[in-house]
Ligand binder design. Structure first.
Ligand code: EPU
Length: 425
């Protein structure tokens, strides 16, 4: 298995560009299967493991897809999709594969998908998705670890989500797009990714309004046509590179930022002593101070502070001056990285959904293990700031959501290489 070897202590300098966001590209790839004609082209696509897994799943269903790494485009031809069964071997690799549910139910009136199961950050059930499908008229059953849904004709309904679930809203939007009549999703997720995904469905011919608010309305349509679409840039990747400048007292120019989508993150970093200089065309210069200051933060659904940036912020606060309180309200088990950061000399105490971070003057390099995508990113950031050598194991988690992270960091002057653990006994 691949690992990163990091010699920390170098302030990062230079430019990095943010690519299209995986958490829009994944639902887009699923929705591409709903097109009645044409070939879908998705632009500005990073080379990520999750996208590769979803392409394999699309292949299993009979669809054809191609990824042109040089052009950074994916083309998807859904003309030959003739199966509605998503196999466990692929689904278990990536929870987002459950986004196929809404697409298959919307287009073919059925799906047969393995239960996605829990993951390191929490149990992550899909009950809101299933309750919504039922409201739209689907019969949903669980058969030996598989979820099966069938509907002769979906019918618009009012669905009130218990929680503004991100992929729940996306799945229900896909199912409702082809349902007869009007669907209203109340307490819908208003994240920029959900809004952008809705805009993509509208470009395909859907009739969705209220995007970016907590009430999303969908008027069913009879046909959808494949289109070319460029997703918004990845605000979590942008935030991670901002943290890289912050934690190394570096100066990084980050290109392709939608500032309005990441304002709360920039505000927090400003409070920590980070300086921003806005340039033209979505470019922002980020400058870390000699030592960061502590802040408190609570993760909540958009427009609140994003849970996906909680681990990178914890790495920054671990070596900030003062005491920070972090509260994680979105996922019940998203503090696994705290113990790994403590192995690097951090002083973090976790109690339930709260973590108290007592900033230390400097972290020290150590062997650590990433437990999920964002925890992995946090450990890389800590390694960049630490004195000495850090090895981050299980880099495959990081490859799910950060394209060639080590190459991008090398270009910023970081001493980071990719190795493997085959020499371990
Ligand atoms: N929840 C339920 N039942 C449901 C759905 C969600 O109880 O049916 C709970 C979850 O267990 C969690 C909370 O509601 O405690 C929020 O979950 P949500 O459904 O919003 O998360 P998600 O859609 O599964 C997406 C992103 C995550 C991101 C979260 C929160 C994708 C593919 N995944 O997950 O991204 O953390 O929204 O913003 O869009 C990542 O990129 O590293 C990542 C984990």
């Amino acid at each position: 298995m691949d690992r990163f070897i990091i010699e920390g202590g170098t302030p990062l300098r230079g430019k990095v560009a943010v690519e299209g966001v995986k958490n829009v590209i994944l639902p887009m790839m699923c929705a591409a299967l709903m097109a009645d004609d044409g070939v879908t082209i998705i632009r500005d696509v990073p080379n990520l493991r999750d996208i590769k897994v979803l392409r394999m799943l699309i292949g299993e269903l009979g669809g054809e897809s191609e990824f042109d790494e040089r052009e950074r485009t994916i083309t998807i031809d859904a003309a030959r999709v003739d199966k509605t069964v998503a196999p466990y071997e692929l689904v278990k690799q990536m929870r987002a594969s459950f986004l196929l549910a809404g697409a298959l139910l919307g287009k073919f009136g059925e799906f047969h998908i393995s239960l996605p199961g829990g993951c390191a950050i929490g149990a992550r059930p899909v009950n809101f998705h299933l309750e919504g499908f039922k409201k739209l008229g689907a019969a949903v059953t669980e058969e030996s670890g598989h979820l099966v849904a069938r509907a002769d004709r979906l019918k618009g309904a009012t669905i009130c989500l218990d929680y503004p679930s991100h992929t729940g809203t996306e799945n229900l939007m896909m199912a409702a797009v082809r349902a007869g009549g009007k669907t209203v999703i109340e307490n819908a997720a208003s994240d920029p990714e959900v809004r952008d995904f809705g805009n993509y469905l509208n470009a395909m011919g859907a009739n969705i309004s209220g995007l970016g608010t907590s009430t999303v309305m969908i008027d069913g349509v009879d046909r959808l046509t494949a289109v070319s679409y460029t997703p918004i840039p990845d605000r979590i990747v942008a935030g991670t590179y901002m943290c890289a400048a912050a934690v190394t007292a570096g100066e990084i120019e980050i290109e392709n930022i939608h500032e309005s989508d990441i304002r709360i993150v920039m505000d927090k970093l400003s409070n920590m002593g980070v300086e921003f200089e806005k340039k033209t065309g979505g470019t922002v210069m980020v400058k870390g101070p000699a030592r960061l200051r502590s802040v408190d933060l609570t993760t909540i659904p958009y427009p609140g502070f994003p849970t996906d940036l909680q681990p990178p912020f914890m790495a920054c606060l671990a070596c900030a001056e003062g005491v920070s309180l972090i509260r994680e309200t979105v996922f019940e088990n998203r503090f696994i990285h705290a113990a790994e950061l403590n192995r690097m000399g951090a002083y973090i105490r976790v109690a339930g959904d709260k973590a108290v971070v007592v900033g230390v003057p400097c972290l020290t390099g150590a062997p650590v293990m990433s437990s999920d995508l964002r925890a992995g990113a946090a450990l890389v950031l800590a390694g960049l700031a630490a004195h000495g050598t850090t090895t981050v194991d299980r880099v495959y988690h990081i490859d799910r959501g950060y394209e060639k992270m080590e190459t991008k960091l090398q270009a910023l002057g970081a001493h980071i290489t990719r190795g493997d653990d085959s020499e371990d006994t």
